[in-house]
Every structure is written in structure tokens, then in C-alpha cells.
Design a protein around this ligand. Structure first.
Ligand code: GLA
Length: 308
């Protein structure tokens, strides 16, 4: 255990360091580190082995705690055990860690998005835009990019499905495409298979757990001639992935995204961990953040509202 007078050192471990969302989280965590004067150790942990090595490494460097988005939420018990063994404090961000029965681990505070509600915003946004375009629902397929082994991903897309159903969208037109991983390429591959099997729809709505899922699917759809006038995709995130699409001169099927806050997830979790270590003030057991639908048209406004 580090003594109270030791300089504060905090790890920030993320499952997909190459994803813009996680880079933004790191950037905001750095801001917290500068403000409070602690050092931040950023480590990418693409698998369980790297995760355990990173935690050991933090202990060797005399860090007192870390914020983590694990590569698999089922590694929860391993995280809890490692922290108890070496006396490090841990808090999860984005993906809540679970035990062997899939139950959240109470000793690890968590900050995540209100997944189901945000999913509903996606579904409502898709329906609203579909109605504006006057498409007959019977001609429209809705592609759900699924990564159901991750609870937050499942809840997000369930929210979207429920909103579609509540708005009268035909359930039988909802098509599932399972991603093997949560990146753009896996989404592209999964969507391609689904589009090949369902050639009878004139238009598509596309949704998934994040912007990468929707972007990959849109690229697959474009390969089949589904341009922005035949396709409405709404992601979740609002980082660089979405901003790049919005800044293209030509409209793409990437109609919108529900902007969530990398600032709250990066800055606030780092501050929470700092206060836990330096002031013995533990974080709230659970904090859920909200999102706002953002399109090309309102992006400046919405980003400003989020302090981005
Ligand atoms: C998960 C996803 C990320 C991002 C975060 C937001 O970790 O994999 O893409 O959406 O949730 O909390």
C-alpha cells in the first residue's frame, strides 16, 4: 500500500485505445491530471492478459488506483481480485464489470451511459426522419448491429428496437447482424451478410452500439447502392468517427449520432479516483450519463451544450 504522502498516480486502462471515444476520454483525464497535479498512466488493454499485466505494472509503479474499461466485462472478478491482492482502488467506466453470474460487482464504482434511454433516442430519431421522408414502413428494413454479450450494447440496441416498435414500425422488418468485435470492420462484415440475405427492402434504418457499428454498416450499404437518400443511420458517440462523416462535402447515410460525453467519462472519473485516493472520498456506486441527438445541422450547438 502506498503511503498517504506519496504523489498520486492513477492508471486509465481502456479496451480499444485506437477508438476515438477512448482517445477523448484519455484527453479529458489528462486535463484532470494537470488540474489536480497527479500523474496519469494510460494503457491500452485489448485482452485479459494485457489487462492483468497492466494492473501489475501499475502496482510496481506505486500507482494507488485506476479507471478501467475492460476488454470483457466478465473479467470483473479478476479485476476485483487483483485490486484486493495489491491494494489498488478501481473504478470502471463505460462497460460495467460483472461477476460469474453476470451481476455487477458492487465494490467497483461505475460510470456509464444510460444505455436503454439513449437507445430509445436513436430509435425515435430514426422513426422521425423516416416519417419526414415519407417512406412506407413496409419497404423499410431496420438493421440492428448486435454485440449482445456486452450488457451496455444489448441495452442500447434494445432501447432502439423498443422505440421502433412503440412507433408502429413492423417488428418483422428488424434484422439482426451480430458483430464479432466492436469495431468498424466487424460491423462492415456483419452488415454485408445481412444485406445479402435481405434484398427486398427499398430503404434501410441502421443502428448499433456505437458510431463505429453504424459507420461500418453504412459503408457496406453504400457498396450496394444505398446512398444517403435510401438510408438513415444513427450512431452513439459523437467523437471523431462521427465528426469525420459530418464534415464530408457529400451527405452520407450517417445521418446522426447521440452525442455522449467523453468529458464526463474521462475527466470526472479521473477526478473521482483522485478524490478517493487523496481525500478518502469514494465515488458514487453508479453514475449514468445522458446523450442528445446530434446531426450535421445542430452539431455545433449540441457540442457546445456538452462543453466540447
Ligand atoms: C462502450 C463502447 C464504446 C463507447 C462507450 C461509451 O465501451 O465500446 O464505443 O460507446 O461504451 O460508454
Amino acid at each position: 500500500m502506498a503511503a498517504a504522502a506519496d504523489p498520486v498516480k492513477i492508471g486509465f486502462l481502456v479496451k480499444q485505445a485506437e477508438e476515438p471515444w477512448f482517445q477523448d476520454e484519455w484527453r479529458f483525464a489528462e486535463q484532470a491530471a494537470k488540474e489536480k497535479g497527479f500523474s496519469l498512466v494510460k494503457i491500452g488493454i485489448p485482452n485479459g492478459e494485457k489487462m492483468i499485466a497492466a494492473i501489475d505494472n501499475l502496482a510496481a509503479q506505486k500507482a494507488q488506483g485506476f479507471v478501467i474499461c475492460a476488454p470483457d466485462v466478465k473479467l470483473g472478478i479478476a479485476v476485483e481480485r487483483a485490486t484486493k491482492r495489491i491494494g489498488l482502488k478501481a473504478m470502471s467506466v463505460d462497460d460495467q464489470l460483472v461477476d460469474g453470474n453476470g451481476k455487477p460487482i458492487a465494490s467497483i464504482p461505475h460510470m456509464g451511459i444510460s444505455a436503454y434511454e439513449i437507445g430509445k433516442q436513436v430509435g425515435q430519431g430514426l422513426l422521425g426522419e423516416m416519417k419526414l421522408r415519407g417512406w412506407a414502413a413496409s419497404d423499410v428494413g431496420a438493421l440492428r448491429l448486435a454485440f449482445d454479450q456486452l450488457p451496455t450494447a444489448r441495452e442500447r440496441t434494445q432501447g432502439a428496437v423498443d422505440a421502433l416498435k412503440a412507433g408502429g414500425f413492423p417488428v418483422t422488418n428488424i434484422v439482426d447482424a451480430a458483430q464479432s468485435k466492436t469495431d468498424t470492420e466487424s460491423a462492415f462484415n456483419a452488415a454485408n451478410i445481412a444485406f445479402t440475405k435481405n434484398t427486398h427492402f427499398k430503404h434501410w434504418l441502421v443502428f448499433g452500439m456505437n458510431d463505429e457499428a453504424v459507420l461500418g454498416s453504412i459503408r457496406a450499404a453504400e457498396g450496394r447502392g444505398f446512398t444517403s437518400d435510401k438510408l438513415i443511420g444513427i450512431g452513439i458517440g459523437g467523437s471523431k468517427t462521427a465528426q469525420n462523416e459530418f464534415s464530408k462535402p457529400k451527405l452520407t447515410g450517417f445521418y446522426g449520432t447521440v452525442l455522449i460525453s467523453p468529458k464526463r467519462h474521462g475527466y470526472e472519473t479521473a477526478i473521482n479516483m483522485y478524490q478517493w485516493i487523496a481525500e478518502n472520498k469514494p465515488p458514487a456506486p453508479i453514475t449514468l450519463t445522458t446523450g442528445t441527438l446530434m446531426t450535421r445541422l445542430n452539431q455545433a450547438e449540441v457540442r457546445a451544450q456538452f462543453g466540447l
